[in-house]
Write a protein of this length. Structure first.
Length: 162
């Protein structure tokens, strides 16, 4: 299964629906993570806040391939995409394990295939480098076997999104 998280407007939503099984729109119509860790302990992989991101942990956990399309914000995800990712902390458990000689949280759903991140908007070389490193670390933390970071100079090139 392929899932896309994006912060694009509705014009692009129809194009993206043809490319995947699940779309998570980072449109800001949800509450930000409250940091209660209930998705780790009280109700694993579920959020107590009853909105469109209530089951985002399960949605991302069941996907084989995750694609994130985000506006660059100082070499990182846009605030709305970051909110979605914050709400997905229940992908892992509060327990730790070693992966690749590093300590990480134990994965709740096991390993997944690929994380691909497309960033658009103005971006300096330093921001590209920072973004690349962040995507690499996110791939490890989320349990993806491979990752790819791609910079889109403009959204007109979004047709190249797989």
């Amino acid at each position: 299964m392929k899932t896309i998280i994006h912060d694009l407007n509705e014009k692009y939503e129809m194009i993206l629906k043809e490319k995947c099984q699940k779309i998570i729109s980072a449109n800001g119509k949800y509450a930000p993570c409250q940091g209660c860790f209930g998705c780790w302990t009280k109700h694993p992989a579920g959020c107590y806040m009853k909105d469109t991101l209530e089951t985002v942990c399960r949605d991302i956990g069941k996907t084989d391939e995750l694609v994130i399309i985000t506006e660059n914000c100082y070499g990182a995800y846009s605030p709305s995409v970051k909110n979605v990712l914050d709400r997905s902390i229940g992908l892992s458990t509060p327990f730790s394990t070693y992966r690749g000689r590093q300590m990480h949280h134990t994965l709740r759903y096991g390993k997944k295939e690929k994380l691909t991140v497309y960033a658009y908007g103005d971006m300096t070389d330093a921001e590209k480098e920072t973004f690349q490193y962040m995507v690499e670390r996110n791939a490890i933390n989320f349990g993806f076997q491979t990752f790819e970071f791609r910079y889109l100079e403009s959204l007109d090139k979004s047709e190249g999104i797989n």
